[in-house]
Write a protein that binds this ligand. Structure first.
Ligand SMILES: [Zn+2]
Length: 69
């Protein structure tokens, strides 16, 4: 279930579409963000962390892999 107040879940794009998301590293909206990780909150809701290409390179972030390999 998507929470409409959650910026990370507000817009779901088709594959290949540039989706505007919130970059959790510089704290602003960005297009073409990469999913870095999913954090489980005590409330039980998983929160996705997204980074823009700039922050991805700046912080040497690793894209999230669901299979964990
Ligand atoms: Zn950023």
């Amino acid at each position: 279930m998507n929470d409409p107040t959650d910026p990370s879940a507000a817009k779901t794009g088709q594959s290949g579409e540039a989706v505007v998301r919130w970059c959790d590293w510089h704290g602003g909206l960005t297009g073409g963000a990469t999913l870095i990780g999913v954090v489980a909150r005590l409330s039980g809701a998983d929160v996705a962390l997204w980074a823009c290409p700039t922050c991805l390179a700046k912080h040497r972030l690793t894209p999230y892999r669901e299979d964990g390999t």
